[in-house]
Write a new protein. Structure first.
Lengths: 163, 746
């Protein structure tokens, strides 16, 4: 099924397209996906991917490749607040695995899942988040928190209000 | 300019990469992602070689040569690098070679043996990847994928439609289609050859043989007039698979799906395995002598009141013998144009219709006008040349057709017109022609086979020829079968002997009719009344009225069961030997690949035996010699067909019907290749102009030539062409569809 993109989104995509040569619509995929994801409560669907492919006149698989490559795109509904714990080398050496374990237990989710009340999403982060000097670290809603301890985590997560 | 590889000096040119120089001189460099007909990505790192002066080993596939460069492909630095790459590639590769179809011809296996280490430092768990369902032709075993991306680049660059993509990243990287869509490209099977490992496999071949047991025999495609070169792989007299044979003049390294998978049908249940003769309501087994005598007697008895219609998929040898047999018995009504209904052009037609230019010259054209053909579907190999032309020379391609065809290359403009408009828009006598291109360029017009099925074919041919000639363009005529050019050259037409020698008779070619009048004897050779005639109603009527019907056929059909008096069991192309003349007028021989099923026989053998009964001097060798001699004498300079005093057959305001058939079902064997038919374009529908309505949605009744025809297929509407109903028929449609092109009432 093809759901059509809203006029507002189409307008934004058009302005992205105008930055690139006419025959290079693939260049607009990333930015367009970000806009669409933002409008769709933080995640993408196959239908949205198809609609964008049609609108940009590129192959569906082209859009799908981009959507699956970047960890900033999600292909399923996710909780409101996004927690990304870095588990790359520096953080791993500073026990990031235990940090993940702690959060999993605290929120009663596994990595890659969202809490039942949809408040948190514990993202499966793949790459170094570029704050090795403060390892172990995590990002909550794109804000860095470094030198984590269990107490610190409690404070950060409990401090997030339902709105 | 020159470089040294392993201390030997080689001549090179400026844009060479190291791997190209090595390949030219047969120096082995291992590789996975590199393929000579795909773009270079240098992602697998298997081709690392040592270059003097460089700090690290360099990828040979992407490193350009420098004058005096010293390359070493085998020293410690190079071989250590290769060993390391190999170790990483094997980290996640399963060790399932014993059950893998690729084993024995696997590039990973070979390179591992030659350049790998015997042990790995990796002790962790290997990853597994879930297999994808991408259609009936290509099966997947994705855990084996090494992410060389050849299959992805093939789709983008050669097939022109990117269907496989690389999704995810890092350890999650996968090759897949968008949510398990099936591959739709008519070139999809080529990814099987390209895949260096056993990740993408041939579904028909799967688990049915081991590569080292196979016997390879070369052959020629029987599915389109390009004449692709192929290899069949057989084991114990059974075809296991089919792969391309490199040919720089035709199919390069590729093969269309029709050619690759088009042998599946030969094992179909309805193969005719014995000579058959009618006894009451049934056809019963008999022997060749009985039916041969029957044939000879019938030919003598009905003589001039007979008609022989032969498929242009037959070999030149069969054609030569067929017309010889009939003409010796004073039968002149011989034809291969079973799907045509307008023959007014025939006296002016070239002795051999052809493509006129070499396929390799396509890339230098400025403009190409394609008329009435869906190149990507009917001639997939040709579409590869078109894409190359667009890339090389920014060639503009224009399409004129009766249907909005999808192509895998960009069209500058696509015109959807009915048959009358098609003729009109190339009319040079009206002041404006609708074709707006730079006439000074190097331009080509290509006329597809479907145009010849139209009832005003002569008018279109005439107008286009005049248009092309006055604008200095070349004209290509594509045949609808593998040997259409051969059929013209071998005299499978009523007005010419082999070699195009005109038959001098009082001229009545103007009113020549193939299906409308009755004949007492019908000889139908490798054609199915249900599918292969310009009007199924008419041919069935003709079969009913005639006194004797003789079929040469590989497969049984309803109408053969009902109307045949005798049936010769014909072996299929892979079970026979012979030759085809392709669209470039090239005579190509093919050999028997497997033995004929049952008692079926090579048509040339059957015909020769019968001919020998009155002319014992005829031999296979003699026939071959005659064919070569005939061809050597033919000289055709162009394909222009100009006809004087041609009337318009159509008035402007009637409703016409046009049938569009699935190109994956153009001959009897293809019609029985289920995997192909299930995969490609198996969609039947009936489409009427926007301004017309039909009351009952499921039953469409057509009134044509005093016949009522009921269609029970889905219904659509279209804006163009005007005054036209389109009947699009997939490969498995079994009901009557009436005439290809005629006037109708809804
Ligand atoms: S499926 Fe085969 S061709 Fe495609 S990337 Fe994997 S290994 Fe390469
Ligand atoms: S490894 Fe965690 S921030 Fe770099
Ligand atoms: S072949 Fe050179 S990097 Fe793959």
């Amino acid at each position: 099924m093809n759901i059509s993109l809203s006029d507002k989104i189409k307008k934004e995509i058009d302005s992205i397209k105008s930055k690139f040569p006419d025959d290079q619509n693939k260049s607009s995929i990333i930015e367009s996906l970000l806009i669409i994801q933002h409008e769709n409560n933080g995640y993408l669907t196959n239908e949205l991917i198809e609609s964008l492919a049609d609108y940009l006149n590129v192959q569906k698989i082209d859009v799908y490749e981009v959507a699956t490559f970047y960890s900033m795109f999600s292909l399923k509904p996710i909780g409101k607040n996004i927690i990304s714990v870095c588990t790359n080398v520096s953080c791993m050496l500073r026990n990031s695995d235990q940090i993940v374990n702690y959060i999993e237990k605290k929120l009663k989710v596994k990595i890659g899942e969202s809490t039942k009340d949809n408040k948190f999403y514990l993202k499966d982060e793949m790459e170094c988040l570029a704050a090795c000097n403060g390892a172990p670290m995590m990002q909550v809603n794109h804000i860095n928190y470094e030198n984590l301890t269990y107490e610190k985590i409690d404070k950060i997560l409990d401090g997030i209000k339902d709105d | 300019m020159h470089i040294y590889i392993n201390d030997t000096k080689y001549e090179v040119s400026e844009n060479d990469t190291i791997i190209q120089v090595a390949d030219r001189n047969e120096i082995h460099i291992p590789r996975f992602c590199y393929h000579k007909r795909l773009s270079i990505v240098a992602s697998c790192r298997m081709c690392l070689v040592d270059v003097e002066g460089a700090k690290y080993p360099q990828p040979a596939c992407s490193t350009l040569v420098r004058d005096g460069m010293k390359v070493n492909t085998t020293n410690t630095s190079a071989s250590q690098a290769q060993k390391n790459t190999m170790e990483f590639l094997l980290i996640n590769h399963p060790l399932d070679c014993p059950i893998c179809d690729q084993a024995g011809e696997c590039e990973l296996q070979d390179v591992s043996l030659e350049h790998g280490d015997y042990k790995s430092a990796y002790n962790e768990i290997k990853r597994t990847v879930i297999d994808k369902d991408i259609g009936d032709l290509v099966s997947t075993e994705m855990t084996r994928c090494i992410h060389c991306s050849r299959c992805v680049r093939f789709g983008e660059e050669v097939a022109g439609i990117k269907e496989l993509g690389m999704t995810g990243r890092g350890e999650e990287t996968k090759i897949e289609t968008f949510i398990n869509q099936g591959l739709s490209s008519q070139l999809s099977g080529n990814v099987i050859d390209l895949c260096p490992v056993g990740a993408l496999n041939n579904s028909l071949y799967k688990y049915s043989a081991r590569t080292w047991d196979l016997k390879q025999t070369s052959s020629i495609s029987s599915n389109d007039c390009l004449g692709s070169n192929i290899f069949y792989h057989t084991y114990k007299d059974e075809i296991k698979r089919c792969i391309p044979k490199e040919d720089e003049e035709i199919n390069l390294s590729w093969l269309s799906d029709n050619d690759r998978f088009g042998y599946e049908g030969i094992k179909s249940d309805d193969r005719i395995l014995h000579p058959l003769i009618r006894r009451g309501d049934n056809l019963e087994k008999t022997d060749f002598n009985t039916i041969s005598d029957y044939l000879i007697e019938s030919l003598k008895l009905y003589s001039k009141k007979s008609c022989g219609i032969m498929s242009a998929q037959s070999s030149c040898e069969e054609m030569y013998l067929f017309q010889h047999l009939l003409r010796e018995n004073n039968i002149g009504k011989i034809d291969h144009r079973s799907k045509e209904c307008d023959f007014r052009y025939q006296k002016n037609f070239p002795t051999i219709p052809s493509f006129d230019i070499k396929l390799s010259e396509i890339k230098n054209l400025d403009n190409i006008i394609i008329i009435g053909t869906n190149v990507s579907k009917e001639f997939p190999i040709l579409s590869i040349y078109f894409r190359e032309a667009i890339k090389n020379n920014d060639t503009s391609i224009f399409s004129f057709a009766t249907y909005e065809f999808e192509e895998n290359f960009p069209l500058k403009k696509s015109h959807v017109l009915n048959s009358q408009e098609l003729a009109d828009c190339f009319n040079t006598s009206t002041t404006e022609t609708n074709v707006d291109i730079d006439k000074t360029g190097n331009n080509l017009i290509i006329l597809g086979p479907a145009i010849s099925y139209l009832s005003n074919y002569s008018n279109i041919l005439n107008n286009i020829s005049r248009y092309a000639e006055s604008n200095n363009m070349k004209l290509s005529l594509l045949g609808d079968q593998a040997n259409t050019s051969g059929a013209w050259a071998m005299g499978i037409v009523p007005h010419r002997l082999p070699g195009g020698v005109a038959i001098n008779k009082t001229d009545k070619s103007g009113n020549y009719e193939l299906l409308s009048d009755t004949d007492d004897l019908l000889v139908i050779y490798n054609l199915e009344p249900e599918y292969d005639f310009s009007d199924d109603n008419k041919i069935l009527e003709k079969l009913k009225k005639s006194k004797a019907n003789i079929f040469f056929s590989s497969y049984m059909t309803e109408s053969i069961k009902k109307y045949a008096h005798i049936v010769f069991p014909l072996s299929t192309q892979v079970e026979s030997s012979g030759s085809y003349i392709n669209t470039n007028k090239k005579l190509q021989q093919y050999e028997k690949i497997i033995n004929p099923l049952g008692e079926s026989k090579d048509g040339a053998d059957i015909l020769l035996t019968i001919c020998n009964s009155f002319d014992s001097s005829l031999t296979h060798e003699g026939v071959k010699k005659s064919i070569r001699a005939i061809l050597a004498k033919i000289n055709v300079n162009n394909n222009f067909v100009q006809i004087a005093n041609l009337d318009n057959v159509k008035n402007s305001n009637f409703l016409e019907k046009i049938v569009i058939r699935n190109p994956n079902s153009s001959n009897p064997t293809l019609r029985r290749c289920n995997s192909l038919l299930n995969t490609h374009d198996n969609d039947d529908y009936f489409s009427i102009p926007l301004d017309k309505t039909v009351s009952d949605n499921d039953k469409i009744i057509l009134n044509e030539n005093n016949n009522k025809l009921k269609l029970t297929i889905k219904q659509k509407k279209h804006a163009k062409p005007i005054n036209t109903v389109l009947v699009k028929i997939g490969g498995t449609h079994k009901e009557k569809i009436g005439a290809y092109n005629t006037e109708v009432d809804l």
